[in-house]
Design a protein around this ligand. Structure first.
Ligand SMILES: [Zn+2]
Length: 126
C-alpha cells in the first residue's frame, strides 16, 4: 500500500544488473552485487503464462474459477485468479491487467480491511 492509500505491487531492481525481485535480499540473486536492490512500483499489465480451471476448493470458495500464472511487463511473476473470462477464451500470452480488490471483504483481527488482487483481460472494465 503506497502512502497515498492506493494499492500497488512493489518490486525491487538491482542497480548493477537490472534483475527484478519480489523482495529485497541483502545481495542480488542474479549477480551477487551487495548494493541493495531498489524498490519500484510494478506496473499492472502482464501476460498469461499458464492457467488452470479450479473445479474444487475449500468450503465457501465459489468454483469454478481460473487460476493463472502471469508475467508482469515489469519482470515479476504472480499467481492469481482471472475473473470475468470464459476459460475457453484464454491463451498463452493473453494480455491481462492487475486489479486490486477488497479480498472478498476479509478483515484482520483489528478490523482493518485486507487488499487482494485478481486479473482481468486487458481492456476489460472491472
Ligand atoms: Zn544484480
Amino acid at each position: 500500500m503506497a502512502e497515498t492509500g492506493e494499492p500497488s505491487i512493489e518490486g525491487f531492481r538491482c542497480a548493477d544488473c537490472g534483475a527484478i525481485m519480489i523482495d529485497q535480499p541483502m545481495a542480488c540473486r542474479a549477480c551477487t552485487s551487495r548494493t541493495p536492490p531498489q524498490a519500484f512500483r510494478v506496473g499492472e499489465r502482464g501476460r498469461i503464462v499458464t492457467w488452470s480451471t479450479v473445479l474444487r476448493s475449500f468450503p465457501g470458495v465459489k468454483t469454478p474459477f481460473v487460476s493463472a500464472i502471469v508475467d508482469l511487463d515489469d519482470g515479476l511473476t504472480l499467481k492469481g485468479t482471472v475473473r470475468g473470462v470464459d476459460p475457453e477464451s484464454l491463451g498463452v500470452g493473453l494480455p491481462v491487467s492487475l486489479v486490486f480488490d477488497d479480498a472478498g471483504g476479509a478483515r484482520a483481527p483489528d478490523g482493518a480491511p485486507y487488499v487482494g488482487f485478481h486479473f482481468v483481460k486487458a481492456g476489460a472494465a472491472e
